[in-house]
Design a protein around this ligand. Structure first.
Ligand code: NAD
Length: 270
């Protein structure tokens, strides 16, 4: 099992699905990967931590090669990312948009027959206005190395870090659709999960960031009336990764306590 992103969501999915497997956990912050490896290894898992950078193709290829030393990759979890309050427009596009596209493509080339993958997108992509069909197709199908040169992703067309994040997450969903066709040639499946507010270090940075009040209002007024937990994301990942999800591929699952519904048709309407 290859897990990119040693955060709360990555760990929750790894704990749910990674028993009995060699689990390679890669993160840009080596200490995050080591911390999760320690916690999980003391709970009966078999985790190898690795330092890697999702924004770098060579780093992605190297973590895949390391994982393959232990056997074929049967499961991929991509739960690495940076949020609008944590990073610049350029960093968000490079990590969340470009890096995810490269990872899905490269993992898809080597995934074992019958393998499964999930990547973590976001409700943010759902709240942004629809793009044109042409823009959607560009995000889905442009070769990964050319993605960041697309006109729609140039600085003059990206308003702020939130807009960059929304474009990255919309792109994740489109890439998953396009990649699922290729993964399907091997009987493998790939899906994305779009969480709402899930309490993790990344979300806590948002709560104290410039949009803190906006986020607190969002979970207070969403139908569920609270933020979610990483384990609830693992519930969805479990369905997608088990045989019971065998007919699900190329899909995106919104799990946001109803925040998006309220944003369009309820008290969260802007
Ligand atoms: N927490 C939420 O409310 C929420 C909501 C929607 C989507 N998401 C998405 O979920 C994913 C996981 O986030 P989380 O909430 O578990 O946060 P987290 O902070 O617990 O984990 C994110 C991890 O990604 C790592 N990371 C950041 N940049 C990286 C890079 N370039 N290469 C490798 N690793 C890198 C971080 O070091 C961190 O360990 C992200 O893609 C995030 O956008 C989170």
């Amino acid at each position: 099992m290859l897990v990119i992103g040693a955060g709360q969501i990555g760990m929750a999915i790894a704990r749910r699905m990674g028993y009995g497997k060699k689990i390679i956990v890669g993160d840009k912050k080596a200490e995050n990967a080591q911390m999760i490896a320690k916690t999980m290894n003391e709970a009966g898992f078999d985790v190898v931590p690795m330092e890697m950078d999702l924004s770098s193709k060579s780093s992605i290829l190297s973590v895949i090669a390391q994982a393959q030393k232990h056997g074929e990759i049967t499961m991929l979890v991509n739960a690495a990312g940076v949020s609008p309050s944590q990073a610049s427009i350029e960093a968000i596009l490079r990590v969340d948009l470009y890096g995810t596209a490269v990872l899905l493509e490269e993992a898809g080339k080597v995934i074992a027959p019958g393998g499964v993958g999930v990547t973590i997108s976001s409700q943010s992509g759902h709240r942004m206005k629809q793009l044109t069909p042409e823009a959607d197709e560009q995000l889905a199908c442009t070769p990964a190395e050319e993605l960041l040169s697309l006109e729609i992703l140039q600085p003059e067309n990206i308003k702020d870090t939130l807009h960059a994040y929304q474009m990255a997450k919309r792109c994740n969903e489109k890439r998953v659709m396009a990649e699922s066709v290729k993964w399907g040639e091997k009987g493998a499946r790939i899906n994305s999960i779009s969480p709402g507010i899930i309490v993790t270090p990344l979300a806590l940075d948002e709560f104290i960031g410039p949009r803190g009040d906006f986020y607190k209002n969002m979970f207070a007024k969403c139908p569920a009336g609270r933020p979610g937990t990483a384990d609830e994301i693992a519930n969805v990942a479990e369905l997608l990764m088990r045989d019971s999800g065998a007919f699900i591929t190329g899909a995106d699952f919104l799990i946001d306590g109803g925040a998006t519904a309220s944003y369009f048709y309820g008290p969260l309407r802007p």
